[in-house]
Design a protein around this ligand. Structure first.
Ligand SMILES: *[C@@H]1O[C@H](CO)[C@@H](O)[C@H](O)[C@H]1NC(C)=O
Ligand SMILES: *[C@@H]1O[C@H](CO)[C@@H](O)[C@H](O)[C@H]1NC(C)=O
Ligand SMILES: *[C@@H]1O[C@H](CO)[C@@H](O)[C@H](O)[C@H]1NC(C)=O
Ligand SMILES: *[C@@H]1O[C@H](CO)[C@@H](O)[C@H](O)[C@H]1NC(C)=O
Length: 504
């Protein structure tokens, strides 16, 4: 028995020795494996021999020592083993013809990349990959993998592919140091979903504030496309998010475009340390419930230098988020940048330290908005909205503590407490109402500061309104245009002591 153990230990030791030796041999010549902007044939021939040999189905193509020096490797975060290992999905059988289901090839490429810290999974340009629902997931994957997206990934549009509905299409889960980069496109081909709406898809509450000239409020349902479920009996009512990151640390998303998602385009939940920049989200303004970036239970998230155009919130910040910094973003069309809806179904919500600055909003429903449901608890604290240029925005500044996307919601006393909200240098044009602050009777908004607000009306097809405030306390540190006389200066009477109720 003990000699057997000794023997197996020895074998294990020898295997490790071989592995260390072979990877150091590989390292010297690995650079030329890194050439990733190549044709299929070239990339196949450059494929790292070591990893190829692990797949008996494919013959190993020996490297030619006469290969010319190649361009530098794709960026790879510091790691130890094989920094230049590249796994091209074409080498795993992907066709990239836009018709063949390439899901299995992507899964195989991922399985290989997962084992190598700092490796790159390559989705080459000029190919269109049809990929079904897929999970790129740890927790047993090595850190710092780069998903280099240069080509296009498209989603299936047949109802069969989606079964009874899925939460997401592409999932990156439980990874450390994951990067998605490149100039490629993730296309959810969502138009087949937008025409179907279920009770999960509801109108935006702020639509009720918009009254077209000579018409009733717009919350009339003709705004919403009529369900054609009966007509084609097709897509499931649960619509997938295009790209979702779950439980990941130190993630980077850059360069790519995510377009036409069935629902939300990019969702982060339970993530810490995410850098999103130089990316685009693109969907038509009438694509129902297509949020741009949706953040939930996530901390230390940076979103900058990006264009977000969609049919719902450009960025939606939900409960459990803190230290979120958004700057140099273009938003529109869309519903603006929103915190909430928080506190739905009497839940507790906690959001703190959110900054949105140096941002342009064009042709959006709201600019910056906080929305909470009645009956919730918890708090929103420490928000800064600075230097936001709005043009043709219906409702540039909104706090709505009576959020309700059904036609009737019961009045309740409890509310998510809002405090420490600064608006400075919010400038441009609005088409309905410059400021709408509707705070809770029992829990007024406090420490709301307005500085250098300059909003001028633009008569389009809607009735124009004066600023509105209800139970909103704070200060005006400069005159505003228009005057916002409805803000109550100072603190609410009987200054509420923080209770367990709003403790976070
Ligand atoms: C609903 O809005 C549409 C245009 O958006 C209008 O034609 C229709 O008359 C409205 N219906 C009601 C009941 O207001
Ligand atoms: C932004 O991403 C594009 C690809 O979409 C790339 O070509 C460009 O170099 C990137 N710019 C910066 C500043 O990173
Ligand atoms: C607030 O968030 C920013 C990042 O957006 C961070 O740098 C800062 O340290 C945070 N402040 C606090 C008090 O946590
Ligand atoms: C709920 O409260 C608001 C503000 O106090 C009031 O305007 C509204 O009529 C109430 N709604 C119901 C259904 O009681």
């Amino acid at each position: 028995m003990s000699s057997f153990i000794t023997l197996s230990r020895l074998t294990f030791f020898l295997v490790i020795c071989f592995f260390v030796w072979s990877s150091s041999v590989e390292l010297s010549s690995a650079r030329r494996d890194s050439h990733w902007k190549h044709t299929r044939a070239a990339s196949a021939s450059l494929y790292d021999k070591k990893f190829k040999s692990k797949r008996p189905s494919k013959p190993s193509i020996p490297k030619s020592p006469s290969l010319p020096p190649e361009t530098p490797a794709p960026p790879s975060k510091g790691n130890n083993v094989s920094p230049y290992a590249v796994f091209n999905v074409l080498d795993f059988g992907a066709k990239g013809d836009g018709n063949t289901d390439d899901t299995k090839a992507f899964e195989a490429a991922w399985a290989a990349a997962c084992k190598v810290g700092g490796s790159t999974i390559m989705v080459p340009s000029q190919f269109i990959f049809l990929v079904g629902s897929i999970s790129f997931s740890g927790p047993y994957c090595q850190p710092n993998i780069v998903f280099q997206l240069e080509g296009t990934i498209i989603a299936p549009t047949s109802s069969k592919a989606w079964g009874s509905g899925l939460n997401q299409w592409l999932l990156f889960s439980k990874l450390k140091g994951i990067t998605i980069s490149g100039g490629g496109i993730i296309d959810g081909r969502g138009s087949v979903w937008w025409t179907d709406y279920s009770l999960n898809d509801l109108a935006d509450n702020e639509m009720k504030l918009i009254v077209p000239i000579d018409q009733n409020p717009q919350h009339n349902t003709s705004q919403i496309p009529v369900s054609n479920n009966e007509l084609n009996g097709k897509m499931p009512s649960l619509k997938p998010t295009a790209l979702r990151f779950y439980g990941s640390f130190e993630a980077t998303i850059t360069g790519i475009t995510i377009q036409n998602s069935p629902q939300c385009h990019l969702k982060l939940d339970n993530c810490v340390g995410v850098d999103i920049f130089n990316m685009s989200i693109s969907s038509p303004s009438n694509s129902l419930n297509t949020d741009g970036i949706h953040l939930q239970n996530s901390k230390d998230v940076l979103i900058h230098s990006s264009n977000l155009a969609c049919g719902d919130d450009c960025v939606s910040i939900q409960t459990g988020c803190s230290n979120i910094y958004i700057h140099n973003v273009n938003c529109g069309p869309g519903h603006g940048i929103s915190i909430g809806g928080l506190g739905k179904d009497k839940t507790k919500a906690c959001v703190s330290n959110i900054t949105v600055r140096d941002t342009i909003m064009h042709n959006t429903l709201t600019g910056i908005r906080i929305k909470t449901w009645q009956g919730g608890s918890g708090s929103v604290q420490g928000l800064l909205f600075s230097n936001i240029q709005v043009s043709e925005v219906q409702l540039p500044i909104v706090i709505d503590q009576f959020y309700c996307d059904r036609s009737i919601c019961k009045n309740q006393t409890s509310a998510v407490a809002l405090s420490g909200i600064t608006y400075e240098r919010i400038r441009g044009t609005y088409t309905v109402k410059p400021v709408h602050f509707a705070c809770s009777d029992s829990s007024p908004c406090t420490d709301v500061t307005l500085t250098a607000i300059e909003l001028t009306p633009l008569q389009e097809t809607y009735n124009l309104y004066e600023p509105f405030c209800w139970k909103t306390f704070g200060e005006l540190s400069t005159p505003t245009v228009p005057p916002i006389n409805c803000l109550q200066i100072g603190k609410p009477p009987g200054n509420r002591i923080q209770s367990d109720h709003d403790y976070c």
